[in-house]
Ligand binder design. Structure first.
Ligand code: ATP
Length: 613
């Protein structure tokens, strides 16, 4: 302990002595007051001391804390820096990988560009060769000797109106006149016969003649015929407001074919929507770089406005007329050629009977009378009248129980036709029951095309839909029954409308013999395919065999076909222009057709006179 100075010690001791004397002389209340004051002072001193200490402690603590913090932050900082470094290096690495990939992309782009340039050259070379091969193959496919024989055999058979049309069209092709014709030919006047003869004449000289038809069935009747849809790659849906064109690739084989073509014949053109015909006109002008109608090709429309017109879903009479080829601006450029001799009747030796005249009057709506509306009393002069369905079936399919023993050809010579799909299905099911053999039922898989619609359209609902042109959900078939294709599978042999006879029913395949068209007699294999109906507001897809039983077919499907025997079911009336005329003009003589009528013999003959003016 440090020594205090002498003066200070003496002063302190004298003060302490004085205090001791005072303490001795003081009373107890004074003492207690003094002690209280002393305690207070002590506690104040202590308090003062402790606050100093505290502040010292706190200062020390703060120091320590700040030291710790400093140390901590140093750690943190180093950690942060470390992390930052890692991140930076990552970024740098990533950046470099991006750069690398960028560099690689640029490199591969350059390589692919080079390759593309190369392949473009190669492809154009290949396409050029392919195109030339296609044209060569087509021209080589025409067997000149056969064609010459066909022309020589049939030209002498032409009746005067056919001969005039033949010479006028061949002349336009041979002199590159590029004219547009309409071959106006009522049913049975030989327009298909004439079309095949003109095609043969042009192909015989090494030129390219293209044959198309509005329906698959009509296409199978033309030599090398295809549907207009598949040949011209027509747009699926058309609108009169849009200036649509066909999806034909520039410099592709089809482009080359159309550039080199000398003649196009479009059969049953009256069934086509005029927007399709106009799309072909625009496309040909573009491909052939010509402002002339149809790009300057000699173009023949063949058809009959007395027969059915384009189908417009839920369309009115005015809508159908608007869609009709006659309403097109192209119609003013058309040169008319008329066929008037009914060859079906002519060949039956009944030129003097009034059957063809009656049919023509019926088709033109001037028979029986302009004032009777659509009601028409059918007479025996048009066919043999029956009053129940069994009689009609027996007349057309007399030996149906022994179907398997009969030659398949008899099946394609006859058919029952009806205006509506429901009655066609009813007749087919009834005849199916009479055919011996085991039924095999194929169920389709129906799905909505847009997955979000699944909740709105349950499976059962989709299965219940039965739109025209689509096979049913439950397709019941028997070996030996005739079926009709509902889609173009392999044109021209297997088109929409081709009829086949079932030979074998496997789980996932139908084996059938083709009985109509150019491949009649050949075996064909039909798979299940997905089909989307275009005329339904519900977008759905059905996976099913694209076939329907074809003992009976709709009148629209029968357009363009010649039968030996036909049954016409008119229990339900014809509902649109030309149906009755088409139904009654499939055979050459009235005794080859049976008509099922209601008891009063009255049916409906709908004719849009504006379509015939
Ligand atoms: N000049 C002819 N000589 C021999 N037969 C012919 C002649 N013209 C047509 N025919 C035959 O007459 C029948 C009817 O002819 P085609 O099928 O060509 O008529 P179409 O006008 O196309 O009939 P539709 O419009 O009803 O389809 C056919 O069997 C056909 O072979």
């Amino acid at each position: 302990m440090p020594k205090r100075p002498r003066s200070q010690l003496s002063k302190h001791s004298s003060q302490a002595r004085a205090a001791k004397i005072r303490r001795m002389g003081e009373s107890s209340p004074e003492r207690s007051q003094r002690l209280a004051e002393q305690n207070q002072r002590n506690s104040q001193v202590r308090a003062r001391e402790s606050s100093v200490e505290r502040s010292q402690r706190l200062a020390k603590q703060n120091l320590r804390t700040s030291e710790l913090r400093a140390r901590e932050s140093r750690l943190e900082r180093s950690q942060r820096l470390h992390e930052q470094n890692v991140r930076t290096s990552d970024l740098r690495q990533r950046e470099s990988s991006v750069e690398r990939s960028q560099r690689l992309a640029v490199q591969s782009l350059r390589t692919s560009e080079l390759r593309a340039q190369e392949s473009r050259l190669e492809r154009s070379q290949r396409l050029h060769e392919q195109n030339n091969n296609t044209i060569d193959t087509i021209v080589q496919q025409y067997n000149s000797n056969d064609l010459t024989a066909f022309v020589n055999d049939n030209v002498p058979k032409l009746v005067p109106d056919q001969r005039h049309a033949y010479e006028t069209i061949v002349d336009s092709v041979n002199n590159n006149m590029g004219r547009l014709f309409f071959l106006d030919a009522p049913g049975g006047t030989g327009k298909t016969f004439l079309a095949n003869l003109i095609l043969a004449k042009i192909r015989q000289s090494g030129k390219i003649a293209i044959a198309v038809a509005s329906s698959g069935i009509a296409a199978t009747l033309l030599n090398e015929g295809k549907t207009a849809h598949s040949t011209f790659k027509l747009p699926l849906s058309v609108s009169l407001d849009q200036r649509s064109t066909c999806s034909i690739r520039k410099n592709g084989p089809l482009d080359k074919l159309l550039q080199d073509a000398s003649l196009v014949i479009w059969d049953e053109c009256t069934m086509s929507h005029r927007a399709h015909v106009e799309a072909v006109d625009r496309t040909l002008k573009d491909l052939r770089s010509s402002a002339n109608v149809m790009g300057g090709i000699t173009f023949v429309f063949a058809g009959d406005f007395r027969q059915t017109l384009p189908v417009v879903n839920r369309g009115t009479r005015a809508d159908i007329m608007k869609a009709c080829l006659k309403s097109s601006h192209l119609w003013t450029s058309v040169q008319h050629l008329n066929l008037r001799t009914n060859m079906r009747a002519h060949l039956h030796g009944i030129t003097h009977s009034n059957f063809p005249q009656q049919l023509l009057k019926l088709g033109e709506g001037i028979f029986p009378s302009l004032n009777l509306g659509t009601d028409y009393a059918v007479t025996f002069s048009l066919g043999q009248i029956v009053y129940n369905l069994d009689s009609l079936i027996d007349a057309i399919y007399p030996d149906i129980e022994n179907l398997h023993q009969n030659d398949f050809r008899w099946l394609c010579c006859g058919a029952i036709v009806s205006p509506r799909n429901e009655t066609v299905n009813e007749i087919n099911n009834l005849i199916m029951q009479k055919v011996p053999g085991e039924v095999k039922c194929y169920k389709s898989i129906d799905t909505v095309t847009n997955i979000e619609d699944t909740v709105h359209y349950p499976q059962e609902f989709l299965n219940s839909l039965n739109p025209a042109g689509l096979p049913p959900h439950e397709l019941s078939l028997k070996v030996g029954t005739p079926i009709m294709l509902l889609r173009n599978l392999r044109p021209p042999n297997m088109c929409n409308g081709t009829r086949l006879l079932i030979k074998e029913l496997k789980d996932n395949l139908i084996v059938a013999k083709i009985i109509t068209g150019p491949a009649a007699g050949e075996l064909a294999h039909i798979p299940r395919i997905p089909m989307i109906p275009t005329d339904l507001p519900i977008p759905f897809k059905r996976l099913q065999f694209p076939v329907k039983i074809s003992f009976a077919l709709t009148i629209n499907k029968s357009q363009g076909q010649t039968f030996k025997l036909v049954g016409i079911d008119l229990r339900k009336e014809c509902f649109t222009h030309g149906q009755l005329y088409v139904a009654l003009s499939r055979v050459g003589a009235p005794d080859h057709q049976y008509i099922l009528l209601p008891e009063n013999n009255i049916t409906s003959n709908v004719v849009y006179r504006e379509a015939l003016q």
